[in-house]
Design a protein around this ligand. Structure first.
Ligand code: F6R
Length: 628
């Protein structure tokens, strides 16, 4: 994980670095730091905690300079403290490095470097890179000196730096996005990528380096995406790229397609709350231009598949992680029900190392809000490697997954800042529902049935808006159970994914343990957890399995467990049995999960507030999980 930035040009480097890091905080926020070259020395400022804390320090002790690098950390090796914060300085202060990724063989390298006299100041895997580069710079300097004496040659300084860095990189096993500063060469910075995304922003007399495009918005609209094994040699006025095997590569400068987005709270106390309230609009945006009412179907511009290829699809794999995986589960129900295409939903972290039999008529969809999740990226790369078409369902347009997939669908949910995914989840569910309609209408689903589904789609935004009005009632429920240490979330069929998602939301932002289960499975084990201190949240809309879920609800009540029921408006029966009832508007059974999840998002939000948790940046998490 972690976010890295770099700058070289005529601006005050720290200013861009801090702003860039703020925009990358979704990648981790355990610590933050910058290094700037100032009057022949690399000066570092770093601190545990958020970019705001770093900014505070820089205000009292400014780091002037026109070349610098910065980092916001999600701890992997070593706890979140000042020493483990990046940048790390190598040798006797000759180089500074910021790193995103994991170095798997760091322990052996560290031993070797310590044996050679290098002094380590942190427990991180990243510090070995700094010392290794310093050591390779020494070796290269000695080689250069010997050659120059022998042949009277003038040294190409940048070429020597590149050789030294390549020598160091060749010894690393793992993944890296790196930005490197050299004390004795303040006019140049080197960036390198293997497995962790990295971009270079091109300005008139300046260059920027960043983990993704977001920090560049507003600074430049020209961007170069580095590929694995590429290394960028960046000065204020030049950009050269070399590939480990291919040598010099012509930089392909693209037009930056992101803006910094709306990152203001707009009167809300937290981004999560704002994003929960944005759902009616984000659902409208996900549908915009994609409903073909005349033909009772959906349309997608970017699938990049011919009608023949689409109609020959016999199996679909949906893959993703966390909340995106939950959206996939709902997608499975919808696609199988409407389009009758067999669907499998795979954790991307499992799919990438499994070797499932996948035939030529299988389509693979990667679902990811950020488009940067390492496991999801790994899974689609593996599928591509074996010759399969991969499509992305992503929110972030210029993301790695969006770029590497053969085609796909953007969510258009707008930037999601709160670490807990809310509006992206409902937009993913909406997109999968449209996809299900699309495939269904290519096969057997009749015009009338398609029209009815579209009618339901069109009602969703307003009904989601009405579901938001449960907030006060949900707050009351959150207060009532604020001392509970465990929750069960139970739902069935279309609302089994809703139960999983509700439980995940509570866990991640309020740190209260919660289990999501298919309601009927409860009696095969989890019912042993039921007692007076363990509330069960039942999602029990009317429909095919209503009576069955009600029976499960009664079973919990019979064992003294408190029950909170999320029901459709006017459901008197559930109200008589449950301790607390949250009524939401009704829509068709298959789309009801998009409404039902709203009070569960709000329940997690209010529970987190009552426990004084940091709603938008929960402990130990990051918005984008770019390590395995
Ligand atoms: C939970 C949450 C995570 C993400 C998961 C995948 O609220 O946000 O579980 O869903 O890390 O992230 P993306 O969708 O960016 O691939």
């Amino acid at each position: 994980m972690c976010g890295i930035v770099g700058y070289i040009g005529s601006r005050d480097a720290s200013e861009f670095l801090v702003e860039g890091l703020r925009r990358l905080e979704y990648r981790g926020y355990d610590s933050a730091g910058v290094a700037v070259i100032d009057r022949g020395a690399i000066r570092v400022c770093k601190t545990t905690g958020r970019v705001d804390a770093l900014h505070g320090r820089l205000l009292s002790e400014p780091l002037p300079g026109h070349a610098g690098i910065g980092h916001t950390r999600w701890a992997t090796h070593g706890p979140a403290n000042d020493a483990n914060a990046h940048p790390h300085v190598g040798g006797l202060g000759e180089v500074a490095v910021v790193h995103n990724g994991v170095i798997e063989n760091y322990a052996g390298l560290r031993q070797q470097l310590e044996g050679a006299g290098f002094v380590f100041r942190s427990e991180t895997d990243s510090e070995v890179i700094a010392h290794l580069i310093a050591s390779c710079l020494d070796t290269q300097a000695a080689t250069d000196a010997a050659r120059a004496n022998g042949a009277g040659l003038r040294r190409d300084v940048h070429a020597s730096l590149v050789t030294a860095v390549r020598m160091a990189l060749a010894q690393l096993r793992g993944t890296y996005g790196l930005a490197i500063l050299f004390r004795d060469h303040p006019d140049v910075m080197i960036a390198a990528r293997l497995g962790s995304p990295l971009v270079v922003g091109v300005g008139p007399q300046e260059h920027f380096v960043a983990s993704d495009a977001l920090p560049l918005a507003g600074y430049t609209d020209k961007i170069v995406y580095l590929a694995d094994h590429q290394l960028a040699i960046v000065t204020a006025t030049s950009l050269r790229i070399t590939h480990r095997e291919l040598g010099a590569v012509k930089p392909s400068v693209e037009v930056l397609q992101v803006d910094a987005g709306d990152r203001t709270l707009n009167g809300f106390d937290h981004f999560m709350l704002k994003e929960i309230h944005e759902q009616p609009e984000s659902i409208r945006n996900a549908m915009r231009g994609r409903l073909d009412v005349e033909n009772a179907t959906a349309t997608f511009g970017g699938l990049n598949l011919t009608p023949q290829q689409l109609s020959s699809v016999r199996r679909i794999i949906l893959t993703g992680c966390g909340t995106s995986w939950h959206a996939g589960l709902l997608g499975e129900y919808l696609i199988e029900e409407w389009a009758r295409i067999p669907v499998e939903v795979e954790y991307a972290s499992e799919l990438r190392y499994r070797n499932p039999p996948v035939d030529a008529n299988t389509l693979v969809f990667a679902i990811s809000q950020s488009g940067e999740t390492a496991d999801t990226l790994g899974a689609i790369r593996e599928m591509k490697r074996t010759g399969h078409r991969t499509l992305a369902i992503c929110n972030v347009v210029a993301s790695s997954i969006a770029q590497e997939a053969d085609g796909g669908i953007f969510l258009h949910a707008g930037p999601e800042i709160g670490v807990a995914s809310t509006k992206a989840y409902t937009a993913q569910c909406m997109t999968l529902a449209m996809l299900a309609l699309y495939f269904a209408r290519m096969r057997h689903l009749g015009f009338e049935a398609g029209r009815r589904i579209i009618d339901d789609f069109q009602q969703l935004p307003d009904k989601l808006g009405q579901a938001l009005q449960t907030s006060d009632q949900v707050r009351y429920v959150a207060e009532k159970y604020q001392h509970a240490r465990n929750f069960l979330y139970l739902g069935r069929q279309y609302n089994f994914p809703t139960a999983l998602e509700g439980a995940l939301k509570l866990k991640e932002i309020s740190y209260v343990h919660a289990e999501g289960y298919p309601a009927a499975e409860m009696k095969h084990g989890p019912i042993a957890l039921v007692d007076q201190q363990t509330p069960s949240v039942f999602i029990v809309p009317r429909g095919f399995v209503y009576d069955k879920v009600m029976a499960n609800l009664e079973e919990v009540k019979a064992r003294g467990g408190p029950v909170i029921a999320v029901v459709q408006e006017g459901d008197r029966r559930a109200a008589q049995v449950a301790d607390d009832v949250i009524e939401v508007p009704s829509i068709s059974e298959s789309l009801q999960p998009l409404i039902n999840v709203v009070p569960l998002q709000l329940l997690a939000y209010h529970a987190a507030l009552l426990r004084d948790c940091d709603v938008d940046k929960p402990r130990n998490l990051a918005k984008s999980v770019t390590v395995e």
